[in-house]
Design a protein around this ligand. Structure first.
Ligand code: ZN
Length: 562
């Protein structure tokens, strides 16, 4: 059992974070106070790991790979049970049982959480209570929007900002026509001989939800009593229902803790992020930000008529030209200082085994444009992380073969880069499509506008609700250090590097509570497969590591003082 050494000197990154947050004057005023308080750590080792090749070149850059911290062992260790151990079977059964309770969410689901459509979540809650009686009797349970669950493990020191562990109860559906393509039936939760648990929701997000509960259960069994309050927050329509249950839970936490950048110490929610054997290293890569998302509707409107006397271009033909224009002008890729993925690229340059060409381009900001182009050309995923993407996903128009279509439309899904905004995207559309539409003698009616009376030939642009890119979690400061040291405790050889999520999570509703949002679970990327599709599965080693990580995180966050 190793204790947590206390030290008089706050970590350097912690003061840096404060300086940025509060400003230099405030820092000066607070310095005396800070220096008398003790974060848990011994002075973090800011020394580069031995195989960091050429740190000086990289340190001059405006964005750099964060300092790497040594692991911090919590007082209570979580021993991962070996195959054959009866305790391992307990963990297996908990996860399998959760997959077996179907909690699919569908687009267009009711907006009222009390609607009987959501009654399946009563079953899921009952399953959780029956599986974790210790957790549900010790922690306080509250409901939001009927099925949103908030568990509170009250800490002894109410002045400490809480730790919030999130996951969602719902899953994407299994379309009936795909059921036969599954290796094992999607809700049987079969454990195969290689220790994979197969089924919908095993990887997204029941693995994480059960890991949170199992970690708390193990800590309860070990007699752990938190000083810092821990919340478990489980929404039930992350995958696209109509309630937005996360908002209700977040609003309650705002009432309790107030709105602010530090009202909550740290939030952990779903994400990927443990990448083994990637450019010669293991990476712990929490998503410190997530891209925005917006759908743009482009609708071509022209007079109809009989198809026996057609114009040169019908609405569909004109729409095709507009789509061609949109696709010919994708947003440029960019390594930008505000994108956490740029910091990941720097870590790659410093610690990864990458080719000399890319390494050289990453070293100097003036060659970042070329570096971005090179990365994007090699990997569609990197291209997406370095730009605002566009995907023409839906098309419609025309009803009858002998009638000229009066309207034709497409819907384009954009995932917004952290550098771009929705208004900026709208402006880009206007600039791009106005001259193209003019070639067909059409005007463009912009977002939120209506065509003038009598105008028959126009392109209507519109867009329902969209989401801007999230704020970015700082890769420094207290929560970052706790995150890093917990991770390097479990994976001592890993480099902890910022990352960017191309998808969205429920944390979007929680941004008023803290800047310290980490989208991460302690599962290797190759132990969690086929999320959202046929043969979704998670490996038990991954699930057990996810438990071990949360088990350590709760304790390390508990010991941190600021
Ligand atoms: Zn999910």
């Amino acid at each position: 059992m190793r204790g947590l050494p206390l030290d008089d000197e706050p970590p350097r990154t912690f003061t840096t974070a404060l300086a940025r947050t509060l400003g230099f004057l405030v820092l000066l005023a607070a310095a005396g106070l800070l220096l008398t308080q003790s974060p848990f750590s011994s002075p973090p080792s800011l020394a580069p790991s031995p195989d960091r090749t050429n740190p000086r070149d990289f340190q001059r850059l405006p964005i750099s790979c964060p300092a790497q911290f040594p692991g911090l062992a919590p007082e209570l260790q979580f021993d991962i049970p070996a195959p054959g151990d009866s305790q391992r079977q307990v963990y297996v059964d908990r996860l399998r049982g959760a997959v077996r309770v179907r909690t699919e969410t569908f687009d267009g689901a009711p907006t009222d959480g009390a609607d009987e459509w959501y009654d399946k979540f009563y079953k899921f809650e009952a399953y959780l209570k029956e599986t974790f009686p210790d957790v549900f009797t010790t922690l306080k349970l509250e409901h939001f929007a009927t099925h949103g669950l908030l568990l509170t493990w009250a800490g002894s020191d109410a002045s400490l900002a809480p730790l919030v562990l999130m996951a969602h109860q719902d899953t994407v559906p299994v379309p009936a026509e795909t059921t036969a393509r599954w290796t094992y039936p999607p809700f049987d939760a079969v454990l195969d001989e290689d220790s994979w648990v197969w089924g919908r929701g095993g990887g997204d997000c029941k693995n994480l939800l059960i890991a949170h509960l199992s970690a708390v259960s193990a800590l309860l069994a070990a007699g752990f009593e938190p000083t810092r309050t821990v919340h478990l927050a489980f929404g039930f329509d992350e995958e696209g229902g109509g309630v937005h249950s996360a908002r209700y839970i977040a609003a309650h936490l705002e009432d309790v803790y107030g709105i602010g950048q530090d009202s909550v110490f740290m939030i952990v929610d779903e994400g990927g992020g443990l990448m083994p054997d990637y450019f010669g290293r293991t990476w712990v890569a929490p998503s410190l930000g997530e891209k925005g998302s917006v759908n743009v509707h482009v609708s071509v409107n022209v007079p109809g008529g009989h198809s026996s006397i057609p114009p040169a271009h019908t609405a569909i033909g004109i729409l095709s030209a507009l789509v061609t224009t949109i696709e010919a002008h994708p947003a440029p890729v960019k390594l930008s200082k505000s994108n956490p993925f740029a910091a990941f690229a720097q870590c790659l340059g410093e610690y990864g085994t990458i080719d000399d060409e890319l390494k050289a381009l990453l070293k100097h900001e003036r060659t970042w444009p070329e570096a971005a182009e090179l990365m994007a050309a090699r990997s569609p995923g990197d291209a997406a992380r370095l730009s605002t993407t566009q995907a023409v996903d839906i098309v419609g128009g025309g009803v009858k073969v002998n009638a000229l279509p009066e309207e034709a439309h497409v819907v384009v899904n954009h995932r917004l880069s952290v550098d771009n905004s929705i208004p900026g995207l709208y402006q880009r559309y206007m600039a791009l499509l106005t001259p193209e539409a003019a070639k067909f003698n059409l005007s463009v009616v912009g977002f939120g506008e209506s065509p003038r009376a009598g105008v028959e030939r126009y392109v209507q642009l519109s867009s329902p609700r969209g989401a801007e890119a999230s704020p970015v979690t700082p890769a420094e400061g207290a929560a970052w250090e706790v995150f890093s040291r917990t991770s390097t405790h479990l994976w001592p050889d890993a480099i902890v590097a910022p990352y960017l999520s191309t998808g969205g999570t429920d944390t979007r509703s929680y941004v008023n509570l803290t800047r310290a949002i980490f989208r991460f679970q302690g599962v290797r990327d190759d132990e969690r497969m086929n999320i959202h599709t046929v043969d979704e599965r998670v490996h038990m080693n991954g699930h057990l590591n996810a438990i071990a990580w949360v088990h350590a995180l709760v304790q390390n966050a508990d010991k941190f003082r600021n």
